[in-house]
Design a binder for this molecule. Structure first.
Ligand SMILES: C[S@@+](CC[C@H](N)C(=O)[O-])C[C@H]1O[C@@H](n2cnc3c(N)ncnc32)[C@H](O)[C@@H]1O
Length: 329
């Protein structure tokens, strides 16, 4: 197997089998290096479904779009790539479909959440607690707020709350205190290694430091990119845009993301039987999706051995059971 140096996509066979079933509009809301998109396009081609299909690829990172454009060049006629946030998934789908003269009814949506290996490995992007770089962490380089802004302007309580909420870090308060004290004494914190050094100095040695570092960096990354705020909205809007029997697949990499996906999917699958004690013949409202994965799918041992990133991946998939398509207006 040839490894992808930009980003090795996870659970590719499951994504292709579960999403690609007929010609239609497919949306990859987290295009990255285009690995999943390429696999979906190849599957569409093999099945004779490419004619009549369109893949809309969205990413907020210019480097990702460049890489994906290169990787998907053989499928140019069937692909539209858009720089944007998947928070605007509905608007992007409507705009592209109107330009292409298509009804905005989507057959398959993929969200493969978080950051790519390329983003983490590129020191200047500031995502890694191992490499020296500026405290940036923006996926969209035009976004206003960087990790440095947060580390240097949030007060001690705000930092503690952030590390607890988005990093689930048990020592959030003492780490926030250490950062605050360092700032008071030394001024601005500007580099990833400067921040990592403060955390190292205040955590106990060994494995625990690595976990703390990764939780604090995760919390900052989520805050900088508003990752959890946009996810919930994108799930609702994406589900709306699915055609009847259209499917949405979401791969998450930590419990905060997975909890949101699980909750939104369960909520959309549930029918509303009104208040307890009232016997209704049929619900006030039927659920609009079916859960295709009651438990999330995870990677095999073999895949994890080849790609350690697959270790934490959880895939959940739903199918729309109502008539659908993006809302008008
Ligand atoms: C895990 S990578 C996706 C990798 C991709 N599936 C592949 O096969 O290469 C996640 C990508 O989603 C992008 N991303 C994350 N959140 C986003 C958002 N809210 N809107 C648009 N792109 C986002 C990141 O910039 C990154 O390139």
């Amino acid at each position: 197997m040839v490894q992808d140096s930009y980003h090795e996509p996870v659970l590719v066979a499951d994504i292709v089998t579960l999403l690609v079933r007929k010609p239609g509009i497919y949306v990859d809301g987290t295009l990255g290096g285009g690995g999943h998109s390429l696999a979906m396009l190849q599957a569409l081609f093999k099945a004779g479904f490419l004619q009549g299909s369109l893949l809309i690829g969205i990413d907020q990172d210019d480097a990702a779009l460049r890489e994906a454009r290169r990787k998907l060049q053989d499928y140019d006629d069937s692909v539209v790539l858009v720089k944007g946030n998947f928070l605007d998934i509905e608007g992007i789908i409507k705009k592209v479909c109107s330009e292409e003269g298509l009804e905005p009814k989507v057959t398959g949506i993929l969200l493969d959440l978080g950051v790519s290996s390329y983003q983490i490995d590129t020191a200047e992007r500031g995502f890694s607690y191992i490499k020296e770089g500026p405290l940036d962490m923006r996926m969209d380089s035009n976004a206003a707020v960087t990790a440095a802004d947060i580390v240097n302007t949030y007060d001690e309580r705000e930092l503690a709350r952030l590390f607890y909420r988005y990093g689930e870090e048990p020592r959030s308060r003492s780490i926030a205190r250490a950062i605050y004290a360092y700032r008071e004494k030394n001024g601005t914190i500007s580099g990833t290694q400067e921040l990592a050094g403060i955390i190292r100095a205040h955590a106990h040695g060994g494995e625990k430091v690595i976990k703390t570092l990764s939780r604090v960096f995760q919390a900052l990354r989520i805050e900088v990119n508003g990752e959890l705020d946009v996810l919930r909205e994108a799930l609702y809007d994406g589900i709306d845009c699915l055609e009847e029997h259209g499917r949405m697949a979401v791969i998450s990499y930590h419990s905060l993301e997975d909890r949101i996906v699980k909750t939104v999917f369960a909520e959309k699958a549930r029918s509303d039987w009104g208040p307890k004690g009232v016997a209704l013949r049929e619900p006030l409202a039927w659920g609009t999706v079916a859960l295709l994965t009651r438990k999330p799918l995870i990677a095999s041992r073999e895949e994890i051995d080849l790609n350690s990133r697959a270790r934490s991946a959880k895939l959940r998939v739903i199918e729309k059971i109502h008539e659908g398509g993006c809302r008008e207006g």
